[in-house]
Structure formats: C-alpha cells, structure tokens
Design a protein around this ligand. Structure first.
Ligand code: S3P
Length: 189
C-alpha cells in the first residue's frame, strides 16, 4: 500500500486556507494542521508578539522549522501561512512531500476577510490594500511554482472549494501514478 499523499494549502492571507483546510480534513477524516497555530502553540505567544520581539526574520525561522517537521507526516492536511513560500526550502519540502493546492482569490476578498483582524502584523499599516497588492505581485509566481493545483475561492462556499480540491487531487493522483488502481481508491480524496 502506498503512503497516503499529504494535502498542503498555500496562498495569500484571507484566501480561506484555514477554513478550507479544516473542512477538507474533516471530510477526508485526516489530521489537520495550521502552521501558524503550531508556531503559536510552541512559542506560547501570538504572531504579533513574535514579529515585535524577533522580527519577521525570527518568525520565518520558526515557520521553516514547523513546516519541515509537519510535512514529514503522512496523510495530513496542512494550511500554511501566506509567506511560507518565500523560503526556497519550504517550497521544495512542500512540493516533495505532498500535493500543493494554491488557493487564490481577489484582493477585494482578501481585504474583506482580513478587515477586522489584528493578528496579521503585515497588514497593520496605513494602506493594507497596497500591501496586499505588493505581496501578491511578489508571491504569486512562488505560489504557482510550488502548486500542483490552483483553485479559486472567490465568491465560493467552502463546501464547493473542498469538492473541487477532492476531485482534482484524485484526478492528479490517478494521472501521476500508473492509473486509478484499487490501491489509489484507498487514498480517499
Ligand atoms: C503572513 C501570513 C499569516 C502569518 C503571518 C505572515 C504572510 O498567515 O503567517 O502573519 O507573510 O503573508 P495567513 O496567511 O494564514 O494569514
């Protein structure tokens, strides 16, 4: 029996990675991890505190350690932070250790979803829209480079996004192996 492939979600802030990831894991009866939550649990402090005290560089070191550790597991769903793809090692580990899904959306949707959130230090600035645009310009090629599948979450229910991920991940697994054998049906995408 082959190992159950991992499903890793990448994409910008406010694209729905945590909500979709949790719903996907529940449907597939898999363990769900959110790298930001794991970082906070380990540290015993929240992300703004880490950015204040250790800077973004300190946060990225913690993030890389957590991603390396969690992606060693099998059969999990992982939602990563929006900047995880900045680190080349993270990109390589995600690609090597699972099926990577880029959840994309519009800047307007990101703004709506992050409007009242004080837990994202990069958006505590005078012009969050400009910041989101700059980040997307920089990171979109990296999300694309890392991803196996690109799925839009714009104006869609989590349920419909989860159904699309399952359908396309199943098709991808069939194509990238020797066909949809009975073994593959055990993947339960
Ligand atoms: C970040 C995104 C956040 C979190 C941190 C930095 C980023 O995660 O990791 O605030 O650089 O885009 P979400 O994408 O879950 O908001």
């Amino acid at each position: 029996m082959q190992a159950l492939p991992n499903l890793f979600l990448v994409g910008p802030m406010g694209t729905g990675k945590s909500t979709i990831g949790r719903a996907l894991a529940a449907e597939l009866h898999r363990d769900f991890f959110d790298s930001d939550h794991v970082i906070e649990q380990r540290c015993g402090c929240n992300i703004p505190w880490i950015f204040d005290v250790e800077g973004e560089a300190g946060f990225r070191i913690r993030e890389a350690q957590v991603i390396d550790e969690i992606t060693r597991r099998q059969g999990i769903v992982l939602a990563t932070g929006g900047g995880a793809v900045m680190h080349p090692t993270n990109r390589r580990l995600l690609r090597e250790r699972g099926v990577v899904v880029y959840l994309s959306t519009t800047i307007e949707q990101q703004l709506r979803r992050t409007a009242r959130d004080r837990n994202r230090p990069l958006l505590q600035c005078a012009d969050p829209e400009k910041r989101l645009r700059e980040l997307l310009e920089l990171r979109d090629p990296l999300y694309r480079d890392t991803a196996t599948l690109i799925v839009s979450t714009d104006r869609r229910s989590p349920r419909s996004v989860v159904a699309e991920i399952r359908r396309r991940a199943r098709r991808y697994a069939c194509h990238s192996s020797s066909g949809c054998s009975s073994e593959l049906s055990g993947y339960s995408f």
